[in-house]
Design a protein around this ligand. Structure first.
Ligand SMILES: [Zn+2]
Length: 287
């Protein structure tokens, strides 16, 4: 919540202003985010009412990657994460997220812990919190955190020795990926969405047992070039994808992808468990 912003004056010059100094006369003027040492310049609006008056991002506007005034959930998650990945690798994270959560749930039940504890690393969680307070940056511990990190980073940034744009397929690079494809056998997170049964029947006549078919999340139903993802997965992963809240339209799938030899826009990933899928509302990926 920014208390300061740039006020654009009539002559086009800008001057920093505190939210408390925004008067009725200027409240409809243009204000720009002064984050990233003044480089952000996303349009913001003054919110003078409420317990914490501040400047908020204008609808449709986006903070620069890393802007301290970005209050979105993904930006907040990213702040406690290491942005370089120098102590991990994509392979390592891929293996880590594969941890079978079903066993964890059973363990929890045995222990009689509360339902909001989602894994068996309570001690580690606490430790993580302390580390966050000490401002030590950690590696993502699940796909949700990794998606937050990548969606709020530039696709040209390097993470764990790889260009983020090569391993995270979202609205920014999907058009490119549709053209050049995903390199054979590469690990990548594809943001997917459900597609109709009719379309699946038409485009993927033979869906392997235990697999589901999703499309990339950034295409219209009638667009031919949409990437189609055949995802062999466990019953639990399926349950997460199909039973999730209907608002959670974007399904991130962390897979090792292989292109169909006969249909260049169809990819199959190696079998995955629930830790390699993450469902979120579209707003999670607003950058
Ligand atoms: Zn900003």
């Amino acid at each position: 919540m920014a208390e300061k912003a740039f006020h654009v004056l009539k002559d086009g010059s800008i001057v920093e202003v505190l939210i408390g100094n925004v008067t009725d006369e200027i409240k409809h003027d243009i204000f720009l985010c002064s984050g990233c040492e003044g480089a952000c310049k996303a349009e913001v609006i003054p919110v003078r009412e409420g317990p914490r008056p501040c400047f908020r991002i204008k609808r449709g506007q986006h903070h620069k990657s890393g802007c301290q005034n970005d209050e979105s959930l993904a930006a907040q998650i990213r702040r406690v994460l290491d942005h370089t990945g120098h102590t991990t690798s994509i392979e390592e994270l891929y293996e880590l997220f594969d941890r079978p959560q079903v066993e964890v749930v059973k363990k929890e039940k045995r222990k009689g812990t509360k339902e909001n504890k989602v894994n068996d690393q309570d001690d580690e969680e606490e430790f993580d919190d302390i580390r966050a307070i000490q401002r030590e940056l950690k590696n993502p511990k699940n796909l949700r955190e990794l998606c937050a990190l990548f969606s709020k980073s530039s696709l040209d940034d390097i993470y764990a020795g790889m260009k983020i744009g090569d391993i995270f397929l979202d609205h920014r690079n999907i058009a490119d990926i549709r053209k050049k494809g995903i390199p054979e056998g590469q690990l990548a997170i594809v943001l997917c969405a459900k597609i109709s049964v009719e379309r699946i029947k038409k485009l993927v006549p033979e869906v392997p047992d235990q697999a589901i078919v999703l499309g990339d999340a950034y295409s219209y139903a009638d667009k031919e070039k949409q990437l189609l993802c055949i995802i062999p997965c466990t019953a639990n992963a399926k349950r997460i994808i199909f039973n999730s809240d209907s608002k959670k339209k974007i399904i991130a799938v962390f897979g090792r992808w292989h292109q169909d030899p006969f249909n260049k826009s169809v990819y199959t990933c190696e079998p995955i468990k629930e830790g390699r899928v993450f469902c979120a509302e579209e707003s999670f990926y607003e950058w």
